[in-house]
Design a protein around this ligand. Structure first.
Ligand code: COA
Length: 283
């Protein structure tokens, strides 16, 4: 399993518009239509960047954009079937929040739909306390998750409880995205203990999945430091294999030079956005 993380542009400089148009031209018609419908530029960038990274991935495997067709399941999970000539099958899944976009992928996969990834900016929503945030999420939590969070409120520092909430949330979403149902799956059927590294569905221990927990510290504009947490989930071929959960904290490789796939003009972006300790990592 691999992850690519990239930041969206944060200023209004004109060169971003040029890059945006060039990126758009590299995508399929359905993606272009979706992206153009967004009112907010940052929403458009998030979808553009996620899909552009996917196209670039296939390009590195020698598959041309013209030979790619982005398909969607009935619950809208995107996937790409390999062209007949391709010698690898790639599974991918995309998530984005605030300023970052993440793509989880695996080459030589047995199933294009086996991955799910979710990543979130770790922050209390506005006008919310930890207590009220937990209350808001109650319907999506299992009874054990709720007990664990309430006891964490009493004994742990607030930062630890906040992280606990976001681990639970990103585990649930990564799992539901791996099964392809997204929020169509009732989230309170899933019960996660991020400390014991266990996950149950409808009260039974889950098997046949692998999970990777990851954290990113992103240096945004000015002195703004943003923390992100995420989980990458993979449905295994053998559904009896015991679940394996690993953590990958703060080990990021070379920054991912996505702009290079669009234009050679990437030098400017390199100094501005690439020295951020983000990039690609392998598990
Ligand atoms: C998928 C879903 C959980 C996304 O949640 P989110 O936290 O808001 O967004 P994320 O940033 O983590 O993920 C968004 C990306 O997930 C991918 N995605 C969309 N639907 C997906 C699904 N069903 N399964 C897996 N991935 C999906 C897309 O790539 C999307 O990004 P893009 O449109 O910009 O390319 C949510 O939109 C959802 O539940 N959708 C499906 C609901 C549905 O259609 N139900 C009908 C059942 S019949």
């Amino acid at each position: 399993m691999h992850l690519i993380i990239a930041p969206i542009p944060t200023d209004d400089e004109q060169h971003w518009d040029k890059l945006f148009e060039q990126g758009l031209a590299r995508l399929d018609e359905a993606s272009r239509t979706k992206i153009k419908r967004y009112h907010r530029k940052e929403d458009a960038w998030r979808t553009l960047l996620g899909r552009l990274i996917v196209v670039t991935l296939f390009a590195t495997k020698g598959v041309k954009r013209e030979d790619l067709s982005l398909c969607f399941t009935s619950s809208n999970k995107p996937f790409i079937l390999p062209p007949e000539a391709a010698d690898t099958r790639i599974a991918f899944n995309i998530s984005h929040d605030h300023m970052l976009v993440v793509v989880g992928y695996e080459t030589d996969t047995y199933d294009e739909l086996c991955l799910g990834v979710d990543m979130m900016h770790v922050k209390l929503p506005q006008d919310t306390t930890l207590e009220s945030f937990i209350d808001i999420l109650t319907d999506s939590l299992s009874p054990k998750e709720l007990d664990d969070l309430r006891s964490s409120l009493k004994k742990d520092p607030p930062g630890a409880t906040l992280k606990h909430i976001f681990w639970i949330w990103t585990f649930k979403e990564a799992y539901t995205k791996a099964i392809g149902q997204g929020l169509g799956f009732e989230l309170n059927r899933i019960s996660v203990d991020p400390s014991a590294l266990t996950i149950q569905i409808d009260g039974s221990t889950l098997t046949g999945y692998e999970f990777m927990m990851f954290e990113v510290k992103f240096h945004g504009p000015g002195s703004d430091i943003q923390n992100y947490q995420g989980v990458l989930a993979k449905r295994l071929k053998d559904n009896k294999t015991p679940v394996r959960i690993r953590r990958k904290i703060g080990e990021w490789g070379e920054p991912y030079r996505w702009a290079d796939s669009v234009t050679t003009w990437g030098v400017v972006t390199q100094t501005k956005y690439y020295g951020l300790g983000l990039g690609q990592t392998d598990f």
